[in-house]
Design a protein around this ligand. Structure first.
Ligand code: PMP
Length: 441
């Protein structure tokens, strides 16, 4: 028989959606990169709170600061009123931003979620520009609230809801493996930029001048697709030339995940508006928007919310940032990500069902395809959602949690804590390889 918790979960399936719906799992303990379920089975956690836990579960420095903060008598929530903890945290976040952006940045504290900060970013650019539409990208994920959902570059979750923005135009994302222009490489990048430039330059393109372009430097939920550096540079140049604010959503990529503190740093560009959450609060709910001061036209209180002042999250965020920096976890993410990619790429040579292995730092995706189907012009085969589901289940049986993503749900996503060791990376690759073999028909 199953553990009573799992039994209850099955009976009340509507109470426990998503991951547990597909995969019965009830967790009771966690430490570092491992979680343990109610029956004592241990799993290597390559999901880590959807990338939130940069330092892994229950890192002693985080636990320690939380306990000390709780005992210090600090008010736990202060709305937008300052405290020593908030002041330090604000300085720490500004200190993590590269110059010159850091010198001109203002920070708006938002509610607990990434989506909340995306909403704030949208309001900010709409108020600052007086324009109402936004350019977003196919495959994009920015959250589940109305505005953020409107920006989602996948119809599934939003088809029945309509749009809550004045208008969103979706642009092709530079998805190398499935180049929207059927070109790939430098030619695909050039075509993509020319397409966007044309939309913005031609008054008869049918697309009004937008309040912003919003982009993920690496699409996470969309399937771990890194935008080529040359494309990011080109997009930045286009946005500047057309006087359109560029919003970078680094909710998932921020704080070392991609091998640099922020993913935009790979391209040597700057955002006008930067959306941050997940690792920001050291595992506790928190989000902010950092933006260039020239957009600071909104009035105090233009973006309010009760839970903007979570002192525990700020304390955890500060200590997480200091550990990140002291232990050079951004550099570690680059190195360990390369290590995992190399092993996954070796597997791809043996298995035709691995269409693509890609990522940046510790944000890695394996796109599973139907090896029996005919490839398209670029050599890509159709996505294989069922196989991905089977691989995920086989990983779980072998003691590893991975999440799926991608436009067709066929990308196995690795998003482990940045403190993962080389030996644990090798373990992840080994489990994945065995799970793949077991999942093949
Ligand atoms: N933006 C990006 C890039 C994300 O990956 C996510 C969450 N996966 C969000 C926004 C939304 O964050 P939240 O789930 O905290 O609302």
């Amino acid at each position: 028989g199953d553990h009573p918790l799992l039994e209850r979960q099955r009976q009340h399936e509507s109470n426990a959606r998503s991951y547990p719906r597909r995969l019965p799992l009830a967790l009771s303990r966690a430490q570092g990169v491992y979680v343990e379920d109610v029956e004592g089975r241990v799993f290597l956690d390559c999901l880590a709170g959807a990338g939130t836990l940069a330092l892994g579960h229950n890192h002693p420095a985080v636990t320690d600061v939380l306990v000390r903060t709780l005992h210090s008598g600090l008010p736990l929530h202060t709305l937008d009123i300052t405290t020593p903890v908030k002041d330090r945290f604000t300085q720490d976040v500004l200190g993590a931003l590269p110059a010159p952006f850091a010198h001109h940045a203002r920070i708006q504290f938002c509610g607990p979620t990434g989506a909340d900060a995306v909403e704030a970013a949208l309001k900010l650019v709409k108020l600052a520009t007086g324009r109402g539409t936004v350019l977003a990208f196919q495959g994009a994920y920015h959250g589940m609230t109305q505005g953020a959902l409107t920006l989602m570059g996948n119809l599934g979750p939003k088809a029945a809801l309509g749009s809550s923005l004045n208008g969103v135009q979706f642009l092709p994302y530079p998805y190398e493996y499935r180049c929207p222009f059927g070109l790939g490489g430098g030619a695909g990048i050039a075509a993509s930029l020319a397409y966007i430039d044309n939309l913005l330059s031609d008054p008869e393109s049918g697309v009004p001048k937008p309040a912003a372009i919003i982009v993920e430097a690496v699409q996470g939920e969309g399937g771990m697709i890194p935008a080529p550096v040359a494309w990011l540079k080109g997009l930045r140049a286009l946005a500047t030339r057309h006087d359109i604010p560029l919003i970078l959503d680094e909710v998932q990529t921020g704080f070392g995940r991609t091998g640099r503190m922020f993913a935009f740093e790979h391209a040597g560009i700057e955002p006008d508006v930067l959306v941050l959450s997940k690792a920001l609060g050291g595992g506790l709910p928190l989000s902010v928007v950092a933006y260039h001061e020239r957009f600071d036209t909104w009035r105090p209180g233009a973006h309010a919310g009760t839970f903007r002042g979570n002192q525990l999250a700020m304390a955890a965020g500060s200590v997480t940032l200091s550990v990140l920096r002291a232990e050079r976890l951004d550099a570690a993410a680059a190195e360990l990500g390369a290590r995992l990619m190399a092993q996954l790429a070796a597997l791809a040579k043996e298995h035709a069902c691995i269409g693509d292995v890609r990522g940046r730092g510790l944000m890695i995706g394996v796109e599973l395809v139907d090896a029996a189907a005919a490839p398209d012009a670029l050599g890509a085969r159709p996505a294989h959602r069922e196989l991905a589901g089977r691989v995920q289940r086989e990983c779980l049986r072998r003691g590893m949690i991975v999440e799926l993503g991608g436009r067709h749900g066929s990308v196995v996503r690795f998003l482990p804590p940045l403190v993962i060791t080389a030996a644990q990376i090798d373990e992840a690759a080994r489990i994945f390889g065995q799970a793949l073999v077991a999942a093949l028909p």
